[in-house]
Write a protein of this length. Structure first.
Length: 483
């Protein structure tokens, strides 16, 4: 291969890798508010930053813990949900990516006790599942297309392609918080959280065509990438709460998370058979897989505020939260190693350039409104609405590296349910619904017009995406005697 054709081949390989690493960005993998914690807090949509008198204040506002005068233990607080995601025309010709998943998400297990002189310190502990996402979809096309020049392959070529994505993401947060009243109306607190994030991701796209020549030459390309990692980080939160008469208010500040440790593996496999170049058709391979790579994952700075107002038979809560942005960074990155084979094609294309998991986030602002009406001392009905804006960052998508996020859409949550109280126990039953869509989604890999210029991997088009989730909440809270 001469220098001119070598340069052309290298450029096309780089374009291919950039194109296919621009993975479609499910819900929760670019959202902060998809899951809420605790039974009543879930039905209030998280509009409890101003104050809620149970151990979920550990997560919403540790400052409010100082006002709680009963210990409590949350048991069996689960949400059972069915989630459906559709990425329309993912491969073109009405070939959609569809994923449906039914799961049980434990929303909170935790409790609270007192300590210190005169038992002034309130200590809460808890563990929540703040992210639990699974997306599994595939699609296939089998068509005839005019792809190759008539002089080489007269007529349309038989073209077969298949693509799929399987992503499993889970994040569990365990925390401890302490608080105390500093006056009759004010309380301050601080909490610390250890966050464990696990993800497995696999995406592939295979494309095949037969030339209409004397031997029926098979032209084939494939692109597969996979990764698996875990990461542990620590995030502190400080909160202050105010309470007087029927009004309560709160303010919290969370610092960016401190990365502790983590390991992961990442691999890419690119194959081209009988690929057209300036000097004829060639075969090539790009492959590497590396394990035990260090990982880091970032959580943003955030600030939240809320007000809760208690009327005689009802209460209203409003909460706001701002999350700061995070610049594009590598969650993990492979060490330099040979990537393209045969190496004579180009020795400058090394693994560290492409075997890297990218992430980042734009700043977002969310709002929640919750309402409770008490029919009696034993029965209450609650309803709420909250936004859940996506932090998807276009700069991540345009960078070189694997992008495992799938969602680009904003989500809107509507919850309603009842709480039945009997003595020291509370039973919560609710209906949870969520909606989201993206009508102007940039989608790679559309195979309506395959071309050898991008190695049969498809073009970029504008498509739509829909998200819907419905579930039920079953929760139980047991309160002990007053402190």
């Amino acid at each position: 291969m001469n220098k001119s054709s070598d340069k052309t081949f290298t450029t096309r390989i780089i374009v291919l890798i950039i194109l296919l690493h621009s993975d479609i960005l499910v819900a929760q993998d670019t959202h902060y508010w998809t899951n809420q914690y605790g039974t009543k807090s879930v039905l209030m949509g998280g509009a409890v930053v101003g104050g809620i008198k149970n151990n979920t204040s550990l997560f919403y506002n540790p400052g409010a813990l100082g006002f709680i005068d009963t210990s409590s233990l949350s048991i069996n607080a689960n949400a059972y949900s069915s989630t459906n995601i559709t990425l329309k025309n993912a491969l073109g010709q009405q070939k959609d990516f569809k994923s449906a998943n039914i799961a049980a998400v434990p929303l909170l297990v935790g409790g609270m006790f007192r300590s210190g002189k005169e038992n002034k310190w309130k200590i809460a502990y808890g563990i929540v599942t703040n992210v639990d996402f699974h997306f599994n979809a595939n699609a296939r096309v089998d068509q005839e297309h005019q792809i190759v020049d008539e002089s080489e392959s007269p007529g349309k070529e038989d073209f077969i392609a298949q693509a799929g994505i399987n992503s499993r993401l889970k994040e569990i947060t365990a925390g401890v918080g302490v608080a105390r009243k500093i006056s009759e109306n004010w309380s301050v607190g601080i909490s610390g959280f250890v966050i464990v994030r696990n993800q497995e991701f696999f995406r592939y796209q295979y494309a095949r065509m037969y030339l209409n020549d004397n031997t029926g030459t098979l032209v084939a390309t494939s692109f597969a990438r996979n990764l698996k990692f875990y990461n542990v980080r620590f995030a502190p939160k400080i909160g202050i709460a105010y309470e007087k008469n029927n009004l309560s208010a709160g303010l919290t500040v969370s610092t960016p998370a401190l990365n502790l440790f983590g390991k992961g593996s990442i691999g890419i496999d690119i194959i081209g058979n009988n690929i057209d170049t300036d000097t004829g058709r060639i075969n090539f391979l790009g492959n590497d897989s590396q394990e035990k790579l260090k990982t880091k994952y970032k959580s943003p700075f955030s600030v939240s505020a809320g007000v809760n107002y208690d009327l005689q038979k009802s209460s209203l809560g409003i909460s706001l939260q701002y999350f700061g942005g995070i610049g594009v960074y590598d969650v993990m990155r492979a060490a330099p190693s040979a990537f393209v084979r045969p190496a004579s094609l180009n020795q400058d294309l090394t693994s560290d350039q492409y075997l890297r998991l990218k992430s980042g986030a734009r700043s977002v602002f969310n709002v929640a409104v919750g309402y409770e009406y008490r029919f009696s001392e034993t029965l209450s009905m609650l309803a709420s609405f909250r936004t859940d804006m996506s932090y998807f960052d276009q700069d991540v998508k345009e960078s070189i590296g694997i992008k495992s996020e799938i969602t680009t859409w904003n989500i809107f949550h509507f919850n309603t349910g009842v709480i039945i109280s009997r003595g020291r126990s509370q039973l919560s039953i609710g209906l949870l619904t969520s909606f989201g869509s993206d009508k102007n989604r940039s989608q790679e890999g559309n195979l309506d017009n395959p071309s050898e210029e991008n190695y049969l991997q498809g073009s970029t088009t504008i498509v739509g995406a829909n998200y819907f989730s419905a579930g039920i909440l079953l929760g139980y809270t047991l309160s002990f005697k007053k402190f």
